[in-house]
Design a protein around this ligand. Structure first.
Ligand SMILES: Nc1ncnc2c1ncn2[C@@H]1O[C@H](COP(=O)(O)OP(=O)(O)OP(=O)(O)O)[C@@H](O)[C@H]1O
Ligand SMILES: [Mg+2]
Length: 351
């Protein structure tokens, strides 16, 4: 094909399609449009009125209702451990978010790329494709989240060069060795940042007889939990319900203690990384030793997680810029550069 024809073909393609990138996360759903950037960033939550059999809120508004609803209202998180656990609700949520992103138009064929966790089964993939189709996409690509996150972290995934990505999300943590546009070796651990909240809640309940809410645990984690070397002598105020008296109470807990509470999960993570490392070829291992580990996902923002892993693995650890949006930005770039990324492993469905 001559140059003019190839340019025409590329542009014809662009005129007819409207591209949308979606990161369907356990905690939040993000939508990214090429020229507009991040247009939707909302909690993956839906609130139902059971009596009237109606959805009453989606996203931020629904999240505010968690734990505060009367009997007849139920809040649902349709994704568990990163995968679609409630298909119908996921579909409703996507329809709402696509509308919010303003991508519906009879002039365009909507083309979507949606992230899925590493190791997603064919059945789960089909469920995501069906949800995307119900939301209006005519052509759908699925990309494994660590691969998308690597592209978003500006790694050239097409090279025959090993890169180790660790994406720490809310419900899942993915460890993936990426080379030649695919995942050479990977593991999806069914725990993530939300489980750290559970560890914190459990610790405070067992040691202080204080019941704290999920959002308090999340705030404590962000403010006062360190993966390594917590500051000595610092204390953190924590409020909850005293389990003996049943009354609200505010106490202070040493930051060192709170940080020790999450240690078991960090140890499990470092064991899993070592295991993945042992399974790769010597060539890939030597690439990784050179390039280091890249951390993405919200969990990459845990205080001193990079230093902790660096000390454990004895290789450099880089925290990606803007780690929570790496996957959706990477997915968008993959769709934009589809014709150039010859090796990229994607699941494609068209109707
Ligand atoms: N500053 C911070 N310190 C520690 N953890 C944080 C911080 N900011 C966000 N997190 C955690 O990151 C997690 C959410 O990450 P992310 O947005 O990547 O998840 P997700 O994509 O919705 O989930 P998944 O990929 O598992 O489906 C939450 O558990 C949140 O508490
Ligand atoms: Mg994620």
């Amino acid at each position: 094909m001559n140059k003019k024809n190839s340019i025409l073909k590329k542009h014809r393609y662009r005129f007819f399609f409207k591209d949308i990138a979606v990161d369907l996360g356990t905690n939040s759903t993000q939508i990214y449009l090429r020229r507009k950037g991040l247009v939707v960033e909302e909690p993956s939550v839906i609130a139902f009125d059971l009596a009237r059999k109606k959805i009453i809120a989606i996203g931020k508004e629904a999240k505010r209702m968690i734990g505060k609803t009367p009997q007849r209202i139920r809040t649902v998180k349709p994704l568990q451990d990163g995968v679609v656990a409630d298909f119908e609700t996921t579909k409703q949520m996507l329809i709402y978010f696509f509308r919010k992103a303003g991508v519906y138009s009879s002039l365009f064929r909507l083309r979507a790329i949606i992230t899925v966790p590493f190791g997603t089964t064919q059945i789960e993939k089909r469920a995501v494709v069906d949800a995307g189709r119900a939301a209006g996409a005519k052509e759908i690509y699925l990309i494994e989240e660590p691969l998308a996150a690597a592209i978003g972290a500006n790694i050239n995934v097409e090279e025959p060069q090993g890169n180790l990505i660790i994406n720490i999300g809310g419900g899942a943590t993915e460890i993936a060795v990426i080379s030649l546009g695919g995942i050479a070796r990977g593991e999806s651990l069914r725990f993530g940042g939300n489980d750290l909240n559970t560890y914190i809640q459990r610790y405070i309940r067992n040691h202080y007889r204080l019941e704290i809410g999920e959002s308090t645990a999340e705030q404590v984690k962000k403010e006062a939990v360190y993966a390594l070397d917590p500051p000595k002598g610092r204390i953190q105020p924590v409020s909850g319900i005293n389990l003996r008296s049943g009354l609200p109470e505010s106490i202070t807990i040493p930051v060192e203690e709170l940080s020790a509470a999450i240690k078991p999960m960090l140890e499990t993570l470092s064991v899993a990384i070592k295991k993945t490392f042992e399974q790769v070829s010597p060539q890939l291992a030597s690439d990784i030793i050179q390039s280091g580990i890249f951390l993405t996902g919200g969990g990459a923002m845990l205080k001193k997680i990079g230093l902790f892993l660096q000390k454990k693995m004895l290789i450099p650890v880089h925290i990606a810029q803007d780690p929570t949006t790496c996957a959706v930005r990477g997915a968008s770039k993959a769709l934009e550069e589809l014709h150039a990324m010859r090796h990229l492993e994607l699941y494609h469905s068209r109707n």
